[in-house]
Design a protein around this ligand. Sequence first.
Ligand code: AGP
Length: 612
Amino acid sequence: MCGIVAYIGKKQAYPILINGLKRLEYRGYDSAGIAIQNGTLNVYKCKGKVNDLIKHAQSKNLEGTIGMGHTRWATHGKPDDINAHPHQSGNGRLVIIHNGIIENYAVLKETLIKAGHTFTSQTDTEVLIHLIEELQSQGNLPVEEAVRAALAKVVGAYAIVVMDREDPNKLVAARKASPLVLGIGQDEFHIASDATPLVEHTNNVVYLNDGEIAVVTRDGEMQIKTIDNKVQTPFIQELDLKIEEMEKGGYEHFMLKEIYEQPKTIAECMRGRLNAGEGWIRVGGLATCMERISNADRLIIAACGTSWHAGLVAEYLFEELARIPVEVEYASELRYRNPIIGKKDVVIAISQSGETADTLSALELAKDKGALLYGIVNSVGSSIARITDAGSYIHVGPEIGVASTKAFTGQVTLLSMMAIHLGYRKGTIPKTYYQTLVEEMENIPNKVAKILESSKKIEYIASEIKDANNALFLGRGYNFPIALEGALKLKEISYIHAEGYPAAEMKHGPIALIDENMPVIVIATNKSAYEKIVSNIQEVKARKGVVIAIVTEGESVISKIADYTIEIPDTEEPLTPLLSVIPLQILSYHVALMRGCNVDQPRNLAKSVTVE
Ligand code: AGP
């Protein structure tokens, strides 16, 4: 997924573009570039991060009050100076930045080559700007008409901004399946992939819808049309983001800040939805579809990565507390296996960004098959939030670190409240247990804060395993998804190969891997399978494995067997994931730091994967 930013107004564009790219860099960071107009059209781009672009452009002509910028996560063509965006038309008149994938770019390229076009990059984006150029020159079209005609021929996903050197008082933007937001300032317009670069310039935004093309001009005109030329009335919304939410707040990394924000963000997710004193849970989004969900034949959960792990936790929650069958699907698999989904099904999509292409496509498939769509999303106004019939925002604030932490606990908090609420309404949990769970949920933020106080000990354990090449995470029941999540956290930011497994499954293969070089992190807080998890730990120790055990405060047996123990406060078993994941987040953060890895922007990754 890439970051797009553009500006037209009275101010110098360069600082606005660079600052905007820095705010978007978490979306992709293998190359970056800008294009600025001031009578001439200047394009500067290079491999690397935004800071590399700043060095590359510092001696150049950066004057101009209209421009665009792009930070890339490569899909077509390797990360290098040539494939970096912006891309120019053959006649040098037009320039484009693009987030998405043009599926039929090869066919289009072949036709354009026959028409005499030559290409310098391997990207699909360059094909698109040459197509716009071809159609513009064929019909002597204004740039917005050439863009519209070109997009009518395109198959795929795009969020684009186009500039025309011969028409320097307008920007043309368009989107399909990749996000794009217009910011309406004082005599100026901003365009970006999401709202984060806009928040310091304006609170008034328009989220472009799929198939829409926007033209914004220097004299404050904004026109939105569909691809088939129907004028649309812009729906102007007020942003509720604050600038301090975008900053690191004194922490060394966004990931560390977001780990430490969790007592607050979990409480924020429960605000207005849970009241222990009065003994109630109210999840607003559920109100409109309570019957459908309560009586669903099954809940199908579609998600990716960490969000998929939250879905696995939900399977245990909904089946145990609300007795509703749950199937958890990788969205990328669900969308292609021609699944049996019907009108009685409910499909719950879990997504921090609300823009993950596979999850969005799985929802579109489920919509076509008549299922009810429910979204659990963090990014307000995102594509998934807008395609679903109902949903709940997790309200944890923007998550900038690529490795998801507070979004995960926000998702699990919301899913826990839903399962408890549904269980009580269906009578599958008694009122007394309902009240116990509601009261315990209210205690979770303080218990998370308590775990965060033990981070020094976890940092020491990180120093003991930082040179490992492999690691195994084991958990049972509610802690099995947490074992998977802990493994993902470690592998995605420290590049240590890590796997999560159900603890009992270890003897069916993975135990062959265990030796004195293999750290085995065992989440051993289960009451219901305590003796079994003790024997799993003994099996590991018998093979010289190094055991790091997450145990409940006061536990006395495992603490004597394991090489290291991390204590977490006791809680009701269904709420354990909200606590047991915290030490694993801290552990992976410190291991990655000690290995000199880029914690906030791990190699090859992007914050939201808006391409397949
Ligand atoms: C998790 O740490 C990763 N960043 C990644 O697995 C992420 O959870 C996944 O790409 C799904 O993103 P989403 O929640 O925005 O849909």
